[in-house]
Design a protein around this ligand. Structure first.
Ligand code: ADP
Length: 449
């Protein structure tokens, strides 16, 4: 039984977790840096504890202070949200050692999936299709050359400890393999302290399609359908939708079952996401995220489920609330990530929010920790709001989203609302015809015009 949850995060996701907890009659403890003393998650939580100065390394990543806060508040569970410590296996282990329920997967699953070479090996063993590539790490250029010749150029050099696209190099031909592999290793060493790299076939125009999964840790699992997150800028997702306009119901059911059975074999506990590239009708596993995703609300919209509540239930040792046969998909949902950034240059735009008015009406959900008078601190992620809109079909969803964006008022800082407005009117977007390359090309064309 969980009675009090410490939320080891900030911003909209801290609020999201607080809401699920209060819906279940569970008390919440907010932790915050000195920069976030006035934050919404601090105001709404039942208790709040300051855990350090503004830099995340000293506060939201400060394991000792967070554990101390949980003990002082006598929290019986910790929810890490996304980012920060959510995929830190060591932290998850420490939480469990303190007899505090970890609202996340077993530390060993976080560790396995956090190492990309290990993750691919595991994915293959549980029956997921991989991108053709090296069998594990490549150590010499000669070895890389052999693999690249076998799979064909272009190839991608990727960092085993990678994240956010760092330590990743596209190699067009044999001549550039040596130098680009050296660059990737140097970048990986600098960013992650680990220069292990591996090779993959470079797919030219794939879509990014990910499946939401849930396990009970005892071999039962469900999949909750897919999300299409192909609209990315610098490997950062900008807009996500469910279902993917590129999948047929038969493809969804078939791949969903492959993924569900893989998660069951793993004995996975809690929420997770299996990410794939999808090209020419085929799926290729790229990674598993062992946490709640930013874009989880689109799945909630089309399934009617509360994923955070499900995480809490599973962490408390309860069974999954539904079987695969009971999962119902209906309608269409799209999420716009609204950032405090210049919509043309993407330069961060922190500062004081003067007016704030969130849209409403049929099918509209806003997940945001903003309020009028709030000062967006410069220290953290620039995501300030997620606008999630539901419609009976994709076109109704798109029209409602356009209407909701018209209603959305944030003044005092720049936001990416105008970018989303332009995106929703693009003919390719209207047709659902886009790959992971599309947004960068579209942005480049706009910058020139
Ligand atoms: P990271 O953990 O650094 O984000 P991922 O493996 O998730 O790395 O890949 C990030 C992004 O890079 C993917 O969403 C996709 O856009 C692109 N990518 C990854 N692997 C390939 C590949 N084999 N071919 C083409 N693009 C890829």
């Amino acid at each position: 039984m969980i009675r009090k949850i410490l939320i080891a995060n900030r911003g909209e996701i801290a609020l999201r977790i607080h809401r699920a907890a209060h819906d279940m009659g569970i008390k919440t403890v907010a932790v915050h840096s000195t920069a976030d003393a006035d934050a919404m998650h601090v105001r709404l939580a039942d208790e709040a504890i300051c855990i350090g100065p503004p830099p995340a390394a000293d506060s939201y990543l400060n394991v000792a202070n967070i554990i101390a806060a949980a003990e002082i508040a006598q929290a019986d569970a910790i929810h890490p949200g996304y980012g920060f410590l959510s995929e830190n296996a060591r932290f998850a282990g420490i939480v469990e050692q303190h007899n505090i329920a970890w609202i996340g997967p077993a530390p060993e699953h976080i560790r396995t999936m956090g190492d990309k070479v290990e993750a691919k090996r595991t994915a293959a063993a549980i029956g997921l299709p991989l991108v053709p590539g090296s069998d594990g790490a490549v150590t010499s250029v000669a070895e890389a050359q052999k693999v690249a010749d076998a799979i064909g150029y272009p190839v991608l050099v990727k960092a085993a400890s990678g994240g956010g696209g760092r330590g990743m190099k596209v190699v067009p031909d044999a001549g550039s393999l040596g130098p680009l592999m050296a660059q990737a290793k140097a970048e990986a060493k600098a960013a992650f302290g680990d220069d292990t790299v591996y090779l993959e076939k470079y797919l030219s125009e794939p879509r990014h399609i990910e499946f939401q999964v849930f396990g009970d840790g005892k071999g039962n699992a469900v999949h909750l359908g897919e999300r299409d997150c192909s609209l990315q800028r610098r490997h950062q997702k900008v807009l996500e939708e469910a279902p993917s306009p590129a999948l047929s119901p038969a493809q969804r059911a078939e791949m969903g079952e492959v993924v569900r059975s893989a998660v069951a074999k793993l004995g996975y506990r809690g929420a997770g996401t299996m990410e794939f590239l999808f090209e020419d009708g085929k799926f290729y596993f790229i990674e598993m995220n062992t946490r709640l995703q930013v874009e989880h609300p689109v799945t909630e919209a089309i399934t009617g489920l509360d994923l955070v509540a499900m995480q809490i239930m599973v962490a408390a040792g309860e069974p999954l609330p539904l079987t695969q046969d009971e999962v119902r998909f209906a309608g269409h949902a799209i999420e716009c990530r609204i950032n405090a950034e210049d919509p043309a240059t993407f330069a961060p735009s922190p500062g004081r929010v003067v007016d704030f008015h969130a849209p409403g009406g049929p099918g509209v959900r806003v997940d945001s920790a903003l309020y009028a008078g709030y000062r967006i601190p410069p220290y953290y992620d620039s995501l300030i709001a997620k606008l999630i809109v539901y419609g009976d079909d994709r076109e109704q969803c798109r029209m409602r989203l356009k209407r909701a964006l018209e209603e959305f008022i944030v003044t005092g800082v720049k936001t990416t609302i105008p970018l989303h407005q332009a995106l929703l009117d693009d003919p390719d977007f209207i047709r659902g015809d886009y790959s992971i390359k599309w947004l960068e090309r579209w942005l480049a064309a706009r910058a020139e015009a």
